[in-house]
Design a protein around this ligand. Structure first.
Ligand code: NAD
Ligand code: WQD
Length: 340
């Protein structure tokens, strides 16, 4: 029988791609999103790609009554919980907003899930929970820590889910630690549309490529890496969404388990590698300037993906050129993002 999956934050960057995959894999999808960091236009794009308009509630997960109504009125089999604030720097400026939205929001959601006996949950965590890893590749047994409120909000929510499972082991939990999600849907009509100046590298580069910004600021070229710039494990958002489909399938088949796994490619690329690959994608040499290091950045981070492969059969398919080509297709087709 068709499963019904509630996707919090389903209008956001990763959520929207995952909704497309869920629909294509035969799930009913319900989206709860307050559009704090996304656009209603995403729903039309999902419909164009899949032929299906998902049921949508414009709702804040902090609105307990509103969220309860969603559970009371729908038979939900599983929840994928994307809804959160995600800007590291902003979290340092506004810690209470981040803790309230990301932790209180999660607690309200989990309480309602428990009340309505919905016990399958996939949670968006982050490689940020590894803090400054001593070695690479990073595996799931590495010590966790956080250096900012955003990171703490992810680590604390992970702990809440672990504790919830101890208290009620019918709760089946997948904690997915994403490395650096980038790229866009192959159609070029679904992608990342950050508000304001992008914090992350790929959306910043794509705005340089489209001409909104003049050059890329490279944060440091004196790291102990092969070209001196920071190295990260960039993962195509389509691989990431596939990881959610596999994780959900695992949960359905392994009731009462807690799965904690990395989602990355296992390969690191430098900032300069990404700028070069994007330059090839857009057909012109993108300008960059070397700037001081950004506070809090680590030199190198990439995932050990063995656990993801052994447990859920996950293996990333796309390489850096695919990520840049697909990002550029989205950016060049939608120079102002979802704004008409
Ligand atoms: P996003 O901002 O594009 O999507 C988050 C969505 O949640 C947005 O549509 C926003 O409007 C919604 N939202 C936020 N607070 C809400 C609330 N209280 N009630 C209802 N909706 C709310 O972010 P994304 O890049 O798609 O990230 C999705 C998840 O993955 C987040 O939890 C993020 O922390 C995590 N994550 C992201 C990255 C990344 O680099 N993008 C890396 C690791 C983990
Ligand atoms: C990548 C590399 C920068 C921008 C962040 C969060 C992490 C996770 C993913 C949510 C680094 C360099 C960047 C720029 C640059 N998000 N850079 N110029 O910092 O690895 O991870 O996003 O969970 O928690 O911390 O990603 O894309 O910001 O940076 O040189 O304008 O690009 O120094 O080496 P990061 P990023």
């Amino acid at each position: 029988m068709k499963k019904t999956v509630l996707v919090t934050g389903g209008c956001g960057y990763i959520g929207s791609h995952t909704v497309v995959d869920l629909i294509n894999h035969g799930s009913n999808v319900i989206i709860v999103d307050n559009l704090a960091n996304s656009s209603i236009e995403v729903l039309n794009r999902i419909k164009i790609i899949t032929g299906v308009m998902p049921l949508f509630y414009k709702l804040d997960i902090l609105d307990r009554e509103g969220l309860e109504d969603v559970f009371a009125n729908n038979k939900i089999d599983a929840v994928i919980h994307f809804a959160a604030f995600k800007a590291v720097g902003e979290s340092v400026e506004k810690p209470l907003d981040y803790y309230y939205n990301n932790i209180s929001g999660s607690i309200i959601l989990f309480q309602i899930m428990q009340k309505y006996n919905v016990k399958n949950i996939v949670f968006s965590s982050s490689s940020t929970v590894y803090g400054n890893p001593k070695t690479v590749p990073v595996d799931e047994s590495f010590p966790t820590s956080a250096t900012n409120p955003y990171g703490w909000s992810k680590l604390i929510t992970e702990q809440i889910l672990r504790d919830l499972h101890v208290a009620d082991n019918s709760f089946t939990v997948a904690i997915l630690r994403y490395f650096n999600p980038v790229g866009a849907h192959k159609s070029g009509i679904l992608g990342e549309d950050p508000k304001g100046i992008p914090n992350n590298l790929m959306p910043y580069i794509s705005q340089v490529a489209i001409g909104t910004r003049e050059y890329v600021n490279v944060f440091g070229n004196d790291y102990d890496t092969y070209d001196g710039t920071g190295v990260r494990d960039y993962i195509h958002v389509l691989d990431l969404s596939n990881g959610h489909i596999l994780a959900l399938d695992y949960l359905y088949k392994n009731q009462g388990q807690v799965l904690i796994t990395n989602l990355g490619t296992g390969r690191g690329y430098s900032v300069i590698d990404v700028i070069k690959s994007y330059s090839r994608a857009c057909g012109r040499e993108l300008l960059y300037k070397i700037c001081p290091r950004r506070a809090g950045d680590v030199a190198v981070s990439y995932a050990n993906c063995d656990h993801a492969y052994k447990t859920i059969g996950f293996k990333a398919q796309y390489n850096l050129d695919d990520m840049c080509n697909d990002s550029w297709k989205w950016q060049s087709n939608n120079p102002n993002g979802y704004e008409k």
